[in-house]
Design a protein around this ligand. Sequence first.
Ligand code: NAD
Length: 501
Amino acid sequence: MDEGWTLAETQRFNLFINGQETPAQAGETLDSFDPVTGAPWASIARARAADVDAAVIAASDALANPAWRDISASDRGALMRRVGDLILENAERLATLEVRDNGKLMAEMLGQLRYIPQYYYYYGGLADKVEGAVIPTEKTGMFVYTEHEPIGVVAAITPWNSPLLLTTWKLAPALAAGCTVVIKPSEHASTSMIEFAKLFTEAGFPPGVVNVLTGYGDEVGAPLVAHPKVNRVAFTGGEVGGKAVYKAAAERLKGVSLELGGKSPNIICADADIEQVVKGAVSGIFAATGQTCMAGSRVLVHESIHDAFVARLVDFIAEARVGDPTDPKTQIGPVATKDQLRKVLSYVDIATSEGAHLAFGGKQLTDIGTGNGWFVEPTVFTNVTNDMRVAQEEIFGPVLSVIKFSDDDEAIRIANDTPYGLAAAVWTNDVARAFKFTKALEAGTVWVNAYRVVSYTTPFGGFKNSGLGREGGQEMIKEYLQTKSVYVNLGKTTPNPFVLG
Ligand code: NAD
């Protein structure tokens, strides 16, 4: 149990390879920064190609280790349930590390950590329910069946906003399938991953089944994707990194899933209840300081309620407490990196110069804590048209664009008019209208009268530039399996060697 656990002021985190914590071979490190103070708080091992090779070989060797290769699927499921229990016991400790790295609210990260075990229970339960088939073919002398084998070594590459949750979306089905995994967390939020990986050893997973390489995308992520012994790549991150990973994997004919960004529309129809939809709009964009792939960063609101909605929204966020994410009273924390802060502030200038109206916020907040933290006001733009950059580009910060529409068809056209298609929501009390929207919206997930709901039971992923493939749900385990068809000749004679049998 982690009751009473506190962080040391500075900490050093190594790589985790073959069940051992180990420094990078070249002895290099990089700093992890606390977004609340803007100062470094931990030192992380900076891996390079030689460390990538060591981790992939450990994962490849673990595939052949009888302790993992020959374990029954039921026992693999039991190991997964055990690790789920350990994650729950260590939830507070792991969430504290995540908050220190990425500055998101403790309430949010602890909520995620307490939910993550469900993925291990769910996929652990599926491990022994993967069945092949006996196939009744026309080859009467043959017994034909299929079986599903682990695809091999999986590279799991993740961003900084929800490190352990997004890793789990890959790791839980991959382990249930019998694969081994090399995790590459974001250089901005790595510390929780090392502590997390150690729990797999504690649960009884053999060495090399779960490995972690910390460091930069070009120095670790790229050689990991390119490594000949990596069989599948699961990536969550931005479009630039996603395209680079896709190209590198194509070059080597590896399977890939890509969970990328979004510019998701949150559509408010004229009949919606303003009190409820203001909360829905806030949860879509400001709850995680806008640092969520599914951020509802465009609110599309019917012209008849536009002014009333904006007035209530501005009142609501004017009351929101921005501050230290570990304080339970805080509602909006800092953004995670200095670059993110600059990016968010740059979009304030871009939007203003494009003719949008700054209805609230737009400034850095320097009166919190040391004054050096990366805090920015929740920001609302009105008079936004969908062709503006602030409506088309992912900002990944607390910036909301409010766009007016006059009828359902116009709302659908605007909603779909971006390169992205990750998520969308519609707020209405009219069931027929709700179904019209759910059918027409180009998005991998659509909510009706809700926002930011996900479940381990349900696929999540993007249309268009928001990605390829899905994570979550029963089908996911098959992404980490490959099918083998076996023909057994029941006769005593070999078929004609010159004719396709
Ligand atoms: P990022 O693309 O900069 O980095 C993601 C990870 O990829 C990091 O670990 C990074 O080191 C690594 N990386 C970068 N370039 C690489 C390369 N060429 N080869 C291999 N690895 C490489 O993303 P970020 O800034 O950490 O995260 C924010 C982005 O992630 C946003 O665009 C957000 O929408 C997206 N995201 C998507 C989802 C989803 O489920 N769709 C969830 C969360 C975040």
